[in-house]
Design a protein around this ligand. Structure first.
Ligand code: PLP
Length: 380
């Protein structure tokens, strides 16, 4: 099998599992317990928090462990908006993940918030001037993802965050897809809050983190025993937090830079091959400002699902859009936001490389793609 769906999920790395194992077995304590078993779990949790905080260049108290990217996005959007005293207006990008879009929709339906969606150009990029124009005196939060999960386009987040900061508006970014590929130090990005998810970088599904600056008010979404400094109640998932810390330790800046450069070179070669050898293939997203891992296309005259199945028959695993929107036949809202016509958007296929993807795998995947697309087109 050639797995080219790393943006959907990645396998748990052996080092991560080994780091987690003691906290699933012998050291199984509840960090809130007032005895030695609990204390050892509490120490492991504190160590994990410190490691994650160092990765982001923030304070340990600014890390909130969550059940994943979806919860981190929900907590950021709802938590910051509901704690805000500025007003009831939100600003978001046109290609945000459903975890952000639906949280904004909830705030609109239940709490009467208004929102402004900042459009993107044909490559999926937001214009900082248009973003700045959307900010208002009553804006409680602006949220724009760092890198898109379907097309890989990387937004100019530090410029956007600076515009928000100049007006005293909290800025959140969903960095779920960027983790492991881009530098996520908070100061460099200039953001107030950032979401990540463990399963995109070798930790298990079901763990993530919201990093949020201490000065930013955050209304909890989960109420209960007051864990995570009252920001996220529920007995902490110690083993998974340890796993997330192990995964980020493996993604140190030098390793991230090296793997980003190597993967970009492989990805570019693959993109060139697809554009040369698959007639009418269209690259979606920005040609340069994109994640190293993402090669996304439309193949007019096919269907994305058809290409996915044709590739799977040939041993190549890809996604026909965002896994998070799987099961729906609707064209992707992200591709529609780029101005791609619905009929073409339905032919979208996303290849995402992992840090271990090889050139030989991509050569085989390209041959399989040529055959799969040709066979779908002869069936028409
Ligand atoms: N945000 C983005 C950009 C994603 O790609 C995903 C998942 O694919 C999520 C959020 C949700 O993360 P999780 O699967 O951990 O809930």
């Amino acid at each position: 099998m050639i797995y080219l769906d790393a943006a959907a999920t990645t396998p748990v790395r052996r080092e991560v599992l080994e780091a987690m194992w003691p906290y699933l077995t012998g050291e199984f304590g509840n960090p809130s317990s007032h005895h030695g078993v609990g204390a050892s779990a509490a120490r492991a949790l504190a160590d994990a928090r410190r490691t994650v905080a160092e990765w982001f260049g923030c304070r340990p108290a600014e890390v909130v462990f969550t059940s994943g990217g979806t919860e981190a996005d929900n907590l950021a959007v709802k938590g910051i908006a509901l704690a805000s005293t500025r007003g009831r207006h939100l600003v978001l990008g046109a290609t945000e993940h459903p975890a952000v879009v639906e949280s904004v929709d909830y705030l609109h339906r239940v709490h009467g918030f208004e929102s402004t969606v900042v459009p993107v150009d044909a490559a999926g990029l937001i214009d900082p001037a248009e973003f700045a124009a959307a900010l208002r005196p009553d804006t409680a939060l602006a949220t724009v993802m760092l890198a898109n999960n379907e097309i890989g386009t990387v937004q100019p987040v530090s410029a956007l965050a600076a515009a928000a900061r100049d007006r005293g508006i909290p800025f959140h970014t969903d960095a779920v897809q960027a983790a492991g590929w881009l530098d996520l130090r908070l100061d460099a990005l200039g953001v107030d809050a950032l979401s990540i998810s463990g399963h995109k970088l070798g930790a298990p599904k079901g763990v993530g983190a919201l990093v949020v600056r201490q000065r930013i008010g955050l209304e909890p979404v989960l109420h209960g025993g007051g864990q995570e400094r009252g920001r996220r109640s529920g007995t902490e998932n110690v083993a998974f937090a340890v796993g997330l810390a192990a995964a980020v330790s493996l993604a140190d800046p030098a390793r991230v830079a090296a793997s980003a450069a190597a993967t970009t070179a492989l990805r570019d070669e693959f993109v060139r091959g697809v554009l040369e050898r698959v007639p009418d293939a269209v690259l979606t997203g920005h040609p340069e400002r994109r994640l190293p891992s993402v090669a996304s296309f439309c193949f007019p005259g096919t269907s994305g699902e058809g290409v996915l199945l044709g590739l799977e028959e040939r041993g190549v695993i890809v996604s026909s859009g965002s896994a998070c929107a799987a099961g729906s036949d609707e064209p992707s809202p992200v591709l529609l936001a780029l101005g791609i016509p619905p009929r073409v958007a339905q032919t979208a296929v996303r290849f995402t490389l992992g840090a271990d993807t090889t050139r030989a795998e991509l050569v085989s995947a390209l041959a399989a793609l040529e055959a799969a697309v040709a066979s779908l087109r002869t069936l028409r």
